[in-house]
Write a protein that binds this ligand. Structure first.
Ligand code: 5RP
Length: 230
């Protein structure tokens, strides 16, 4: 990637993140995702925090620090219980709005906070669009007790490679990345991964849980319907 490509991608991330922030109304309860795209949503909300008076839930320690540093009020998921909207990034988005998430190791908290919300909005630059999920690798948060046993079970589902990350999740669990051939049936793979003992959470988010996808590139920002609003 050249310097020009990098700055174009950065500009697209900012455009997508800021566009989604415009959906947030005063007094809302807002789930805040993790990553370099939703970073800009959080910055935009922080710029208006006094006027908006939001109650937010953060999906990671990093997001918590960013949001509170910008003056946003952040509470725990149990204090909020329900959210009006959650906005988050993604590592891959297919045509049915199925997502790969967890490139930042935060997908367990991200899935909880997405499920708490009446509306789940995804913000990406155009490089995240794929015909089929898979090339990025599917992030897995796993217990330390038997990660190699979990990796064997994931390989038995068809993963050609399972790598262990040196990073750990905010929940202090191990992180794996499983590389499958292009995923033809994300719902079936999600169910099979969820059934493996020792996997705390996998990074496949089904399109049927997504309301909107904001995609930005050099041509501007466009909103695609998620699978829940089709
Ligand atoms: C973190 C995530 C992020 O949303 C995902 O990695 C996208 O990040 P970025 O906007 O930096 O590309 O799932 O766990």
């Amino acid at each position: 990637m050249t310097g020009t490509d990098t700055s174009a991608a950065d500009a697209a991330k900012e455009a997508a993140g800021r566009a989604a922030a415009a959906l947030v109304q005063p007094g809302m309860r807002v789930g805040l995702g993790t990553g370099s795209t939703v970073h800009w949503t959080i910055v935009a909300l922080g710029e208006r925090h006094a006027e908006l008076g939001l109650t937010c839930v953060a999906t990671s320690q990093r997001t918590h620090e960013l949001a509170t540093g910008l003056g946003l009020r952040v509470v725990t998921p149990d204090e909020a219980r329900r959210l009006d909207i959650t906005i988050d990034g993604a590592d891959e988005v297919d045509e049915a709005a199925n997502l790969t998430k967890g490139g930042g190791g935060a997908h367990t908290r991200e899935k909880i906070v997405a499920a708490m919300a009446d509306r789940f909005v995804v913000v990406v630059d155009g490089s995240k669009l794929v015909p089929r999920l898979g090339p990025f690798g599917t992030p897995l948060e796993v217990l330390d007790f038997a990660p190699a046993v979990v990796a064997d079970a994931v390989a038995a589902l068809g993963a050609v490679r399972v790598e262990r990350s040196e990073a750990r999740s905010d929940n202090d669990n191990a992180l794996l990345r499983a590389y499958f051939p292009p995923i033809e049936d994300p719902a079936a793979l999600a169910a099979a991964l969820a059934a493996i003992p020792g996997i705390v959470e996998h990074g496949i988010f089904l399109g049927t849980t997504v309301d909107d996808v904001f995609v930005a590139d050099v041509a501007g920002v466009r909103r695609r319907p998620g699978g829940r609003s089709r």
